[in-house]
Design a protein around this ligand. Structure first.
Ligand code: HEC
Ligand code: HEC
Length: 314
């Protein structure tokens, strides 16, 4: 017991010294009584804590238990037959009663909820939207696409869709020669955010330059050839480069560059699949990264955007 008290006193002195070392500046000796009171309170808490801890340690060491033991000893440790403390018992029963009240009267399971109302209204609105725009004609799609474009896309692609200072792709033409060259150089892997290809086509990633063979020469595509074919694509599949395209790219992108439905992207026009894929997966390219719009636009809206982008190129 004695050694414990001595130990406790040492602990108190150590804790007080520590407190003084850390926060002693606040102790103003009468200048600011709030700080002084706080400091005194801290010292009091230290003292009380140490003495309470000592009391319990002492009790654990010296107390002998008394009372009637319960018969069962499930885990080999005996238990006393102590009555449940009254306050605890009352609180337990009170909680059960309150729970029943809450479930049945206070906030019944199927009562009004704002989230539920919001969900219902959204479903209703979506159904209305779908029935209203079941088979929209091109003019309707373009008008719808334009209004969505101006809100969602213009901040990056510009009101006229020509890009802003090269920060996002110019959407009035399908793709720039520099973009195509970058894709040939690195493949879709190196500039895409996800290693498995980023646009969501079934073929996944596109191989980089070493993996692109020219069937006419049997050699990997050279820098020179890459330049020529990039210009060819950016010019809407006209000019020099048709042979290289046929030899290297057409097996995946199709003889006319219009892509293979769902397998590899259309390089000549913004078809519905490409726009839907870009909106779902986002895109990382030489001009920057476009965030995915997952879940924010429905199918009709996506088609409308694709139709609007096509109309810009005409
Ligand atoms: C083995 C099949 C394959 C070959 C060969 C191939 N590509 Fe691709 N290409 C793809 C796939 C798949 C994607 C989509 C990649 C993705 O999801 O990121 C793609 C993407 C692209 C893109 C990006 C499209 C966009 O909208 O940004 C360009 C540009 C491109 N390819 C150009 C070419 C050119 C030029 C060649 C020939 C020199 C070529 N590709 C050869 C499969 C191929
Ligand atoms: C935060 C900026 C940002 C917003 C918002 C944005 N984009 Fe983009 N978008 C980009 C960037 C950057 C690229 C170019 C990536 C690259 O260089 O290949 C791009 C590229 C594209 C492409 C070309 C993809 C390809 O494979 O060639 C399409 C199509 C496109 N965006 C459509 C849209 C539409 C539609 C919207 C509105 C719903 C939109 N973007 C909103 C930044 C944005």
């Amino acid at each position: 017991m004695k050694s414990m008290v001595i130990g406790g006193i040492i602990l108190i002195i150590a804790l007080m010294a520590g407190t003084y070392y850390v926060a002693g500046d606040a102790f103003s000796f009468g200048e600011d009584y709030i700080n002084d009171l706080t400091m005194l309170a801290a010292l009091a808490i230290i003292g009380i804590t140490v003495f309470v801890a000592l009391k319990y340690v002492n009790q654990i060491k010296n107390d002998t238990a008394g009372g009637e033991l319960a018969e069962e000893k499930w885990d080999g440790i005996g238990e006393f037959k102590n009555a449940i403390p009254t306050g605890w018992g009352l609180a337990f029963i009170g909680t059960i009663i309150w729970g029943m009240w809450y479930w049945t009267v206070g906030y019944p399971t199927n009562s009004f909820s704002q989230i539920g109302q919001w969900n219902e209204e959204t479903l209703e609105y979506n159904a209305k939207f779908e029935s209203k725009w079941q088979n929209p004609d091109t003019a309707t799609l373009n008008a719808m696409g334009e209004s969505i474009y101006l809100v969602q896309c213009a901040p990056c692609h510009g009101v006229d869709a020509e890009g802003i200072d090269g920060k996002a792709q110019n959407l009035t033409k399908r793709i720039s020669a520099a973009s195509v060259e970058a894709v040939i150089k690195h493949g879709s892997l190196a500039i895409g955010p996800k290693a498995e290809g980023n646009l969501g086509y079934a073929m996944g990633m596109m191989p980089g330059q070493e993996g692109l063979f020219n069937a006419n020469t049997g050699m990997p595509i050279s820098d020179e050839e890459a330049k020529i074919v990039s210009a060819y694509i950016a010019n809407g599949m006209t000019g020099e480069g048709a042979e290289i395209f046929a030899g290297v790219c057409s097996s995946c992108h199709g003889a006319d560059g219009a892509g293979m439905e769902g397998m590899a992207p259309n390089l000549v026009a913004y078809d519905d699949t490409l726009v839907a894929n870009v909106l779902t997966h986002g895109k990382k390219g030489i001009t920057g990264t476009m965030p995915a719009f997952t879940g924010r636009l429905n199918e009709t809206q996506t088609k409308a955007l694709a139709s609007y982008l096509r109309s810009l190129g005409e």
